[in-house]
Design a protein around this ligand. Structure first.
Ligand SMILES: [Zn+2]
Ligand SMILES: [Zn+2]
Length: 346
């Protein structure tokens, strides 16, 4: 098996460093991608630090991959050498269950994640903090010419994580949408909800990033640190997407929903969130969750972003600054996504 350079964790406590990892030989349906950029997602940090369970080491994270096809297997029809492509959080699924057949591969109970997951051949998948990856053609996305590859990389996780619930709950003209938290996920939510035609409000702890929020497309911006906000905005949204992974007062946010409104969690706080039944009952409100998106919807999102000139706001870094970037992500000190320049790996 060919080896490639990567940046990986070798334990749950140590820093990431340069290693070599194996990539499988190109099968008939496989696409080999020369990775150019890979975004840094909060999940990468949780995973390599063992916070979401033990993983085999070394582990190269990264599921916001953008690059160019450098080889294709004999039976590949969807991609060709030279194509600009991306890979997100999934590299395969069972392809037989109802969810897979409906293009909802993210809800397949046998989905194979881009890193730290057991692949079909029994090996452990390795992510995009590396120079090349081999992925079956059906899980490789086209990146349209309208988006640069560095700004496209974070769309593969952060972008689709917001696009899918916005579409599912009909964000669009005449709909009042609030995005809670203006970080890597939230800034994509503002851009996408605005491009979909919704009236967009940012609910952020303070007004520190208000000018950013408005530049990204927010019509309104409120500080959740100010208790008056919750009185002023009572029953004024159709959809609220919470991107914050710390615990929040769910009942306070539910109170901001109008009749039939939905609060969707895409941030994943470690503690259970208490919900009062009477936050839901009198206004027929829903409290929901959503996880990334399926392959067809991810392609739709990339095409939509190209059409509307949307990419992530990024800070490109060399591989040697990955550990420092992790600390800055944890301190919310990034506007709004770190992207690794893969040419600096190894
Ligand atoms: Zn992610
Ligand atoms: Zn399935």
């Amino acid at each position: 098996m060919p080896t490639v350079n990567a940046y990986a964790a070798t334990s749950a406590t140590g820093p990431l460093g340069p290693v070599t990892i194996e990539r499988r030989d190109l099968g008939p349906h496989d696409v080999k991608i020369d990775i150019q950029f890979c975004g840094i997602c909060h999940s990468d940090i949780h995973t390599v630090r063992g916070e979401w369970g033990d993983r085999p080491w070394p582990l190269a994270p990264g599921h916001e991959i953008a690059g160019v096809v450098s080889a294709v297997g004999a039976a590949v029809t969807k991609h060709a050498v030279g194509d600009r492509v991306g890979v997100g959080c999934l590299v395969d699924s069972c392809r037989e269950c109802a969810n897979c057949k409906a293009g909802l591969e993210q809800y397949c109970s046998r989905g194979i994640q881009t890193y730290g997951s057991v692949d079909r051949d029994g090996t452990i998948t390795q992510g995009g903090y590396s120079t090349q990856v081999v992925v079956t053609e059906d899980f490789v996305l086209r990146i349209p010419d309208g988006i640069s590859l560095d700004a496209a990389a974070p769309l593969l996780c952060a972008g689709i994580t917001l696009y899918s619930p916005l579409r599912h709950w009909n964000a669009g003209p005449g709909r009042r949408v609030a995005i809670v938290g203006l970080g890597g996920l939230g800034h994509m939510g503002v851009k996408l909800a605005h491009a979909l035609g919704a009236e967009v409000t940012v609910l952020s702890q303070s007004l520190k990033k208000e000018s950013d929020g408005r530049r990204l497309g927010a019509d309104h911006y409120y500080a959740t640190g100010d208790p008056a906000t919750f009185e002023q905005l009572a029953e004024s949204f159709d959809l609220i997407i919470n991107t914050v992974s710390a615990s929040v007062d769910v009942n306070a946010y539910l109170g901001l929903l109008d009749v039939n409104g939905t609060l969707v969690n895409v941030g994943a706080p470690p503690q259970p969130l208490p919900v009062a039944a009477f936050s839901l009952i009198p206004r027929r409100r829903s409290f929901a969750g959503s996880m990334i998106g399926g392959i067809p919807e991810t392609q739709e999102m990339l095409d939509f972003c190209a059409e509307h000139g949307i990419g992530a706001d990024i800070e490109v870094i060399p591989a040697e600054r990955i550990n420092e970037a992790f600390e800055r992500v944890l301190a919310s000190d990034v506007r709004y996504r770190f992207v690794i320049d893969a040419s600096t790996i190894g």
